[in-house]
Design a protein around this ligand. Structure first.
Ligand code: NAD
Length: 276
Protein backbone atom coordinates (compact mmCIF):
# COMPACT_ATOMS: atom_id res chain seq x y z
CA UNK A 1 0.00 0.00 0.00
CA UNK A 2 1.49 3.39 -0.97
CA UNK A 3 1.26 6.20 1.52
CA UNK A 4 -1.37 8.87 1.09
CA UNK A 5 -0.30 12.47 1.35
CA UNK A 6 -2.67 15.04 2.71
CA UNK A 7 -2.13 18.74 2.18
CA UNK A 8 -3.90 20.20 5.15
CA UNK A 9 -3.23 23.73 3.96
CA UNK A 10 -5.51 23.28 0.96
CA UNK A 11 -7.70 20.57 2.38
CA UNK A 12 -6.82 18.39 -0.57
CA UNK A 13 -6.13 14.74 0.00
CA UNK A 14 -4.37 12.97 -2.78
CA UNK A 15 -2.30 10.03 -3.88
CA UNK A 16 -2.57 6.40 -4.83
CA UNK A 17 -4.67 4.16 -2.64
CA UNK A 18 -2.97 1.00 -3.81
CA UNK A 19 -1.38 -0.59 -6.82
CA UNK A 20 -2.89 0.97 -9.91
CA UNK A 21 -5.77 2.47 -7.96
CA UNK A 22 -5.71 6.22 -8.26
CA UNK A 23 -8.15 8.53 -6.56
CA UNK A 24 -10.65 9.11 -9.41
CA UNK A 25 -11.84 12.38 -7.96
CA UNK A 26 -8.30 13.69 -7.80
CA UNK A 27 -7.59 12.49 -11.32
CA UNK A 28 -10.62 14.38 -12.64
CA UNK A 29 -9.63 17.54 -10.76
CA UNK A 30 -6.11 17.37 -12.17
CA UNK A 31 -7.47 16.76 -15.67
CA UNK A 32 -9.69 19.82 -15.32
CA UNK A 33 -6.95 22.16 -14.10
CA UNK A 34 -4.65 21.00 -16.88
CA UNK A 35 -7.39 21.50 -19.50
CA UNK A 36 -8.44 24.92 -18.20
CA UNK A 37 -5.03 26.41 -17.43
CA UNK A 38 -3.86 29.22 -19.65
CA UNK A 39 -0.37 27.78 -19.76
CA UNK A 40 0.95 24.46 -18.45
CA UNK A 41 4.68 23.86 -18.01
CA UNK A 42 6.38 20.62 -16.95
CA UNK A 43 9.50 20.74 -14.79
CA UNK A 44 11.25 17.37 -14.69
CA UNK A 45 14.10 15.71 -12.82
CA UNK A 46 15.99 12.44 -12.78
CA UNK A 47 12.95 10.56 -11.39
CA UNK A 48 11.10 10.73 -14.72
CA UNK A 49 13.88 8.70 -16.36
CA UNK A 50 14.26 6.06 -13.65
CA UNK A 51 11.68 3.88 -15.41
CA UNK A 52 13.84 4.13 -18.54
CA UNK A 53 16.67 2.49 -16.62
CA UNK A 54 18.65 5.64 -15.77
CA UNK A 55 19.17 5.81 -12.01
CA UNK A 56 18.50 9.03 -10.13
CA UNK A 57 20.96 10.27 -7.54
CA UNK A 58 18.98 9.01 -4.59
CA UNK A 59 17.41 5.61 -5.21
CA UNK A 60 19.38 2.34 -5.18
CA UNK A 61 21.40 2.10 -8.36
CA UNK A 62 24.50 0.66 -9.89
CA UNK A 63 26.13 3.76 -11.32
CA UNK A 64 26.05 6.10 -8.32
CA UNK A 65 27.00 3.38 -5.86
CA UNK A 66 30.16 2.92 -7.87
CA UNK A 67 30.79 6.60 -8.60
CA UNK A 68 29.95 9.16 -5.92
CA UNK A 69 28.42 12.08 -7.89
CA UNK A 70 30.02 14.53 -5.47
CA UNK A 71 33.42 13.10 -6.33
CA UNK A 72 32.89 12.77 -10.07
CA UNK A 73 30.35 15.43 -11.01
CA UNK A 74 32.18 18.63 -10.08
CA UNK A 75 34.02 20.74 -12.63
CA UNK A 76 37.03 20.81 -10.32
CA UNK A 77 37.20 16.98 -10.40
CA UNK A 78 36.93 16.99 -14.20
CA UNK A 79 39.64 19.61 -14.63
CA UNK A 80 41.95 17.90 -12.12
CA UNK A 81 41.64 14.44 -13.67
CA UNK A 82 39.60 14.26 -16.90
CA UNK A 83 40.73 10.68 -17.58
CA UNK A 84 39.31 9.44 -14.25
CA UNK A 85 36.01 11.29 -14.66
CA UNK A 86 35.71 10.07 -18.27
CA UNK A 87 35.83 6.50 -16.86
CA UNK A 88 32.46 7.25 -15.24
CA UNK A 89 31.18 9.27 -18.22
CA UNK A 90 31.90 6.39 -20.60
CA UNK A 91 29.74 4.04 -18.50
CA UNK A 92 27.06 6.71 -18.34
CA UNK A 93 27.19 7.13 -22.15
CA UNK A 94 26.69 3.38 -22.60
CA UNK A 95 23.72 3.48 -20.22
CA UNK A 96 22.19 6.46 -22.05
CA UNK A 97 22.63 4.72 -25.42
CA UNK A 98 20.55 1.77 -24.14
CA UNK A 99 17.78 3.94 -22.65
CA UNK A 100 14.50 4.72 -24.35
CA UNK A 101 11.74 7.16 -23.36
CA UNK A 102 9.07 5.71 -21.08
CA UNK A 103 5.33 6.36 -20.84
CA UNK A 104 5.89 9.52 -18.77
CA UNK A 105 8.07 11.15 -21.46
CA UNK A 106 5.56 10.11 -24.12
CA UNK A 107 2.60 11.46 -22.14
CA UNK A 108 4.21 14.91 -21.94
CA UNK A 109 4.94 14.85 -25.68
CA UNK A 110 1.28 13.97 -26.29
CA UNK A 111 0.11 16.82 -24.05
CA UNK A 112 2.22 19.25 -26.08
CA UNK A 113 0.89 17.80 -29.33
CA UNK A 114 -2.68 18.45 -28.09
CA UNK A 115 -1.69 22.10 -27.56
CA UNK A 116 -1.95 21.84 -23.77
CA UNK A 117 1.70 21.96 -22.73
CA UNK A 118 3.79 25.02 -23.39
CA UNK A 119 7.21 23.54 -22.64
CA UNK A 120 9.23 21.00 -20.70
CA UNK A 121 11.96 22.44 -18.49
CA UNK A 122 14.22 19.53 -17.67
CA UNK A 123 17.18 19.13 -15.34
CA UNK A 124 17.99 15.89 -17.15
CA UNK A 125 20.75 15.55 -19.67
CA UNK A 126 19.54 12.27 -21.17
CA UNK A 127 17.69 13.68 -24.21
CA UNK A 128 14.68 11.40 -23.59
CA UNK A 129 12.08 14.18 -23.82
CA UNK A 130 13.18 15.02 -27.36
CA UNK A 131 13.37 11.37 -28.26
CA UNK A 132 9.78 10.96 -27.05
CA UNK A 133 8.67 13.76 -29.39
CA UNK A 134 8.58 16.83 -27.13
CA UNK A 135 9.46 19.86 -29.25
CA UNK A 136 9.96 22.69 -26.79
CA UNK A 137 12.46 21.30 -24.31
CA UNK A 138 14.50 23.68 -22.17
CA UNK A 139 17.62 21.79 -21.12
CA UNK A 140 18.46 23.59 -17.91
CA UNK A 141 21.65 21.63 -17.29
CA UNK A 142 22.63 21.14 -20.94
CA UNK A 143 22.74 17.84 -22.79
CA UNK A 144 24.74 14.66 -23.20
CA UNK A 145 24.08 14.70 -26.99
CA UNK A 146 27.19 16.79 -27.59
CA UNK A 147 30.74 17.19 -26.37
CA UNK A 148 32.45 20.58 -26.19
CA UNK A 149 36.16 21.37 -26.43
CA UNK A 150 37.48 22.95 -23.23
CA UNK A 151 39.93 25.06 -25.28
CA UNK A 152 38.34 26.16 -28.59
CA UNK A 153 34.66 25.51 -27.80
CA UNK A 154 34.06 23.31 -30.86
CA UNK A 155 30.99 21.10 -30.50
CA UNK A 156 30.97 17.40 -31.46
CA UNK A 157 28.14 14.87 -31.72
CA UNK A 158 28.81 12.45 -28.87
CA UNK A 159 28.09 9.37 -30.95
CA UNK A 160 30.64 10.45 -33.55
CA UNK A 161 33.48 10.56 -31.02
CA UNK A 162 35.33 7.38 -30.10
CA UNK A 163 35.85 6.74 -26.40
CA UNK A 164 38.58 4.15 -26.97
CA UNK A 165 41.21 6.51 -25.56
CA UNK A 166 40.27 8.70 -22.62
CA UNK A 167 39.85 11.58 -22.36
CA UNK A 168 38.59 12.19 -25.90
CA UNK A 169 40.27 15.17 -27.55
CA UNK A 170 39.42 17.90 -30.04
CA UNK A 171 41.32 18.39 -33.33
CA UNK A 172 43.03 21.27 -31.49
CA UNK A 173 44.13 18.74 -28.78
CA UNK A 174 41.89 20.26 -26.11
CA UNK A 175 40.03 17.89 -23.77
CA UNK A 176 36.38 17.26 -24.70
CA UNK A 177 33.74 17.58 -21.98
CA UNK A 178 30.05 16.60 -22.21
CA UNK A 179 27.97 19.65 -23.02
CA UNK A 180 26.15 19.55 -19.69
CA UNK A 181 26.93 21.42 -16.53
CA UNK A 182 28.97 19.86 -13.80
CA UNK A 183 28.44 21.02 -10.22
CA UNK A 184 30.26 24.35 -9.93
CA UNK A 185 29.56 25.46 -13.52
CA UNK A 186 27.09 28.20 -14.49
CA UNK A 187 23.70 27.34 -16.00
CA UNK A 188 23.60 27.97 -19.79
CA UNK A 189 22.45 31.58 -20.04
CA UNK A 190 19.72 31.10 -22.68
CA UNK A 191 18.18 28.09 -20.96
CA UNK A 192 18.16 29.87 -17.61
CA UNK A 193 16.42 32.93 -19.05
CA UNK A 194 13.85 30.90 -20.98
CA UNK A 195 13.11 28.65 -17.99
CA UNK A 196 12.52 31.66 -15.73
CA UNK A 197 10.19 33.20 -18.31
CA UNK A 198 8.22 29.97 -18.65
CA UNK A 199 8.01 29.47 -14.88
CA UNK A 200 6.97 33.08 -14.36
CA UNK A 201 3.99 33.00 -16.70
CA UNK A 202 2.53 29.51 -16.39
CA UNK A 203 -0.83 28.84 -14.76
CA UNK A 204 0.04 25.25 -13.82
CA UNK A 205 3.45 23.70 -13.24
CA UNK A 206 3.74 19.90 -13.25
CA UNK A 207 6.79 19.12 -11.11
CA UNK A 208 7.82 15.56 -11.91
CA UNK A 209 10.46 13.29 -10.36
CA UNK A 210 12.72 15.86 -8.76
CA UNK A 211 13.94 16.10 -5.18
CA UNK A 212 14.20 19.87 -5.79
CA UNK A 213 17.48 20.26 -3.97
CA UNK A 214 19.75 21.25 -6.85
CA UNK A 215 20.07 25.04 -7.09
CA UNK A 216 19.16 27.20 -9.00
CA UNK A 217 16.78 24.73 -10.74
CA UNK A 218 14.83 24.26 -7.48
CA UNK A 219 13.91 27.98 -7.54
CA UNK A 220 11.69 27.52 -10.61
CA UNK A 221 8.63 26.00 -8.85
CA UNK A 222 8.98 28.69 -6.17
CA UNK A 223 9.00 31.40 -8.84
CA UNK A 224 5.98 29.85 -10.55
CA UNK A 225 4.09 29.67 -7.28
CA UNK A 226 4.91 33.30 -6.43
CA UNK A 227 3.47 34.34 -9.79
CA UNK A 228 0.22 32.54 -8.98
CA UNK A 229 0.68 29.12 -10.64
CA UNK A 230 -0.84 25.93 -9.24
CA UNK A 231 1.95 23.45 -8.50
CA UNK A 232 1.11 19.79 -9.13
CA UNK A 233 3.85 17.53 -7.85
CA UNK A 234 4.31 13.95 -9.07
CA UNK A 235 6.80 11.91 -7.08
CA UNK A 236 7.25 8.65 -5.20
CA UNK A 237 7.81 10.54 -1.98
CA UNK A 238 7.62 13.91 -0.26
CA UNK A 239 10.18 16.52 -1.26
CA UNK A 240 11.29 19.96 -0.12
CA UNK A 241 8.40 21.40 -2.13
CA UNK A 242 5.60 19.20 -0.86
CA UNK A 243 4.57 21.04 2.27
CA UNK A 244 5.06 24.67 1.40
CA UNK A 245 5.04 25.00 -2.39
CA UNK A 246 2.98 22.20 -3.95
CA UNK A 247 -0.79 22.59 -4.10
CA UNK A 248 -1.32 18.98 -5.14
CA UNK A 249 0.83 15.92 -4.69
CA UNK A 250 0.26 12.78 -6.72
CA UNK A 251 2.26 10.00 -5.15
CA UNK A 252 3.37 7.17 -7.41
CA UNK A 253 5.40 6.34 -10.53
CA UNK A 254 5.46 9.17 -13.06
CA UNK A 255 4.73 6.87 -16.01
CA UNK A 256 1.51 5.60 -14.51
CA UNK A 257 0.24 8.94 -13.18
CA UNK A 258 1.02 10.91 -16.34
CA UNK A 259 -0.44 8.22 -18.61
CA UNK A 260 -3.68 8.33 -16.64
CA UNK A 261 -3.87 12.13 -16.60
CA UNK A 262 -2.98 12.66 -20.25
CA UNK A 263 -5.19 9.73 -21.34
CA UNK A 264 -8.15 11.30 -19.51
CA UNK A 265 -7.40 14.77 -20.92
CA UNK A 266 -7.26 13.32 -24.43
CA UNK A 267 -10.54 11.45 -23.90
CA UNK A 268 -12.26 14.57 -22.52
CA UNK A 269 -11.16 16.61 -25.53
CA UNK A 270 -12.24 13.87 -27.93
CA UNK A 271 -15.70 13.57 -26.30
CA UNK A 272 -16.14 17.33 -26.40
CA UNK A 273 -15.21 17.60 -30.08
CA UNK A 274 -17.67 14.80 -30.92
CA UNK A 275 -20.46 16.53 -28.98
CA UNK A 276 -20.00 19.86 -30.83
P1 NAD B 1 17.25 13.38 -7.60
O1 NAD B 1 17.99 12.12 -7.88
O2 NAD B 1 17.80 14.27 -6.54
O3 NAD B 1 15.75 13.04 -7.21
C1 NAD B 1 14.94 12.19 -7.99
C2 NAD B 1 13.50 12.30 -7.50
O4 NAD B 1 12.68 11.49 -8.35
C3 NAD B 1 13.29 11.80 -6.07
O5 NAD B 1 12.50 12.75 -5.37
C4 NAD B 1 12.55 10.46 -6.25
O6 NAD B 1 11.64 10.22 -5.20
C5 NAD B 1 11.81 10.71 -7.54
N1 NAD B 1 11.51 9.50 -8.32
C6 NAD B 1 12.28 8.40 -8.51
N2 NAD B 1 11.67 7.53 -9.32
C7 NAD B 1 10.48 8.08 -9.65
C8 NAD B 1 9.39 7.66 -10.47
N3 NAD B 1 9.40 6.48 -11.11
N4 NAD B 1 8.31 8.46 -10.59
C9 NAD B 1 8.28 9.66 -9.93
N5 NAD B 1 9.28 10.12 -9.16
C10 NAD B 1 10.37 9.33 -9.02
O7 NAD B 1 17.11 14.10 -9.02
P2 NAD B 1 17.00 15.64 -9.39
O8 NAD B 1 16.10 16.35 -8.45
O9 NAD B 1 16.69 15.70 -10.83
O10 NAD B 1 18.47 16.22 -9.13
C11 NAD B 1 19.64 15.50 -9.49
C12 NAD B 1 20.54 16.19 -10.50
O11 NAD B 1 21.28 15.19 -11.26
C13 NAD B 1 19.81 16.95 -11.55
O12 NAD B 1 20.65 17.94 -12.04
C14 NAD B 1 19.58 15.88 -12.61
O13 NAD B 1 19.34 16.38 -13.85
C15 NAD B 1 20.89 15.12 -12.60
N6 NAD B 1 20.66 13.72 -13.02
C16 NAD B 1 20.15 13.52 -14.26
C17 NAD B 1 19.86 12.26 -14.69
C18 NAD B 1 19.28 12.11 -16.09
O14 NAD B 1 19.58 12.92 -16.97
N7 NAD B 1 18.41 11.13 -16.30
C19 NAD B 1 20.08 11.15 -13.86
C20 NAD B 1 20.64 11.39 -12.57
C21 NAD B 1 20.92 12.69 -12.16
Amino acid sequence: MRKRVTLVKYGISSGFRGEGEMDEDLLQKTVEIVRRAKRVVAFTGAGISVESGIPDFRGPSGLWEKFDPMEYATIEAFQANPKKVWGMLKEMAQLLDRSRPNAAHRALAHLEEMGLLSSVITQNIDDLHREAGSRRVIEFHGTSRNLVCMICGRIYDRRAVTLDTLPPRCACSGVLKPNFVFFGEPIPWGAHLEAKEEAGRCGVMLVIGTSAVVSPACDLPVLAKKQGAVIVEINLEETQLTRYISNWILTGPASEILSRIVGAVSEAIHCRSQAV
